[in-house]
Design a protein around this ligand. Sequence first.
Ligand code: NOJ
Length: 669
Amino acid sequence: MKRTLLFVFSAICLLSCKQSPSVTSPDGSLVVSFRLSLSGEPQYQAVQNDKVVIDWSALGLETKEQRLTDGFKVKGTKKSAYDSTWETVWGEERFISDTHNRLTIELCHESGILMNLEFRAWNDGFAFRYVFPEQNSRQFTITDEHTAYRFAEGSMAWSIPWRTEYYEGLWRKQPVASLDTVCSPITIELPDGNYAFVHEAALYDYPAQNLYAHAGMLATYLTPWLDSNTEPMEVKAYEMIPFNTPWRFVILAHDLPQMTASRIMLNLNEPCKIDDTGWIHPMKFMGIWWGMHIKTMTWEQGPKHGATTGNMEHYMRFAAEHGIDAVLAEGWNRGWEDWKHFDFTTPYPDWDMDYLSRLADSLGVQIVGHNETGGNAADYEADLDAIYRYHQANGIHVIKTGYVAPIIRTRDGLQWNKGQSGVRHYRKVIETAAKYHIMIDNHEPVMPTGLQRTYPNLMSQEGVRGQEWNAWSDDGGNPCEHVTILPFTRIMAGPVDYTPGVFRFENPIIPTTRVHSTLMNQLGLFVCFYSPLQMACDLPEHYTAYPDAFHFIERVPCDWERSLLVDGKIGDYCIFARQERGQNNWYMGGITDEEAREVTLPLSFLNVQGDNVQKTKYKLTLYRDAEEADWETHPYAYIIEEREVTPSDTIRVRMAPGGGFAANLIADF
Ligand code: NOJ
């Protein structure tokens, strides 16, 4: 299904600095206006339902060659409307509608440089970017970006500091006005109870943005290049005209269901560039992985080596028996002794690639390859074709990549992974992987910005303080509230490889740390945290201890027809319902922080069946915390109930401290 309408009512008009051209959302509720100040500085303002949400804020760039922050004149404006619906290869939703209005402001700088500002307005937010059209060819060295956002006083932001290694931090809530530099995205609670989500989209060849409070506004700080002493340089980006920056976008929502349903970021990315996507499949996987984090196994060879042929066969047979699509193996290849010389095409002697690849075929279970680079992106990039050819020849179509090093070595020397050079590297990996029909799960990534629309082989990314911190973190593990913040912050930026599904919470080898959740909370994560590559991360023997609870993991899909947040509060709790793609079945997941909560959930969402036949009866299987459940004292206490329900029913569920629930609602039984 695809319908696209583009109306262009191009109005080339000369404007004096007093006029404010604007673009209005299709429903008329949001108006984004543009003006030039008396000194020719470009500025914008966003008004929603007649209320100023972002007051006049600066736009502009600084380059080594020219300050493009004022001295502009408007040459003309163009307006158009866009209305389209596109089908995702995989996702939280099958069909995404994209209905917005556009405004282009054509600017001429006093130096003669032409710069356009492109604005788009949806009902749930807006975006803009800087576009440098073809002109006398020039190289630009960008040193700063002046984009700012003037939110109302009293706004509070959820964020992580901008130097958080690999984005693996605990999110904090602070006044916007006192933000030190933080990573993009940020989620803002506005004083009137509405929400704003600020991020960037389509980051292809530019540094990642960071944000900081300055003069009552949020200002932009682009990740800099590093010099040969790894000191930040003045330079942020090297560009050749024609070029455009990534989109800067702001979701403006009345409530969290509306905010989490926004698809502005995906709509701002280019349509799919892969002609035949038949080889791209969402899947669940297990892996030789948690053992290394709880230290019962090692990546390198030795008496506790995890990725041996025998161990992998054990995992693969378990996966086949339980309907899990794939198995990851970390530590299968040479190089783990020093983390410096990884070899991605030579297995350790106790890993029989031929045998395992034939076994994978016969069992119908895929092998997920693992390419940990130790931050040496340059060598990895130089060998990409050979590496992917090797994996392809061995029937491996999914690779988890890794870049453990605070500063990575790119073809441009030591650089931050979210600087322009890092961004280029990650894109090169995705594009090359696509040639070899390889799907990527990128750990230690640059923060996602929706690139998976263009390259749907970019399946999942880390960029989060994930489950592994519960195995070894000095601070004892992720606090209960952590998982109730992520759906409204990190996961708004795209799929997350958090690795849910731990079924044993204590770690005898590191007894000072543990998973802060009940078993039902772990099940709830499979629905609350979206990833088309969803890992059930625990050991097979931990799953066999609770086979009835594991049954939910066996059944839960990771590709959806539609998704909705049923209820939630950032940092307190969250409940999602999602319809299995192409089926009438629904799944629900709930998680809470250290507070117990009873929630009342109307099942009216079951009426929303779109193209599918509407069902009136469902078999509900509810996996919930038992009365005595508590993450600290009784994390394994749960109850599984089955009954028939209809869309007009309401269910009540109590979530224990650190607890949660999961449910499936099967239509055809
Ligand atoms: C960090 C990754 O996040 C983790 O999943 C992986 O096991 C280790 N690096 C080793 O590559």
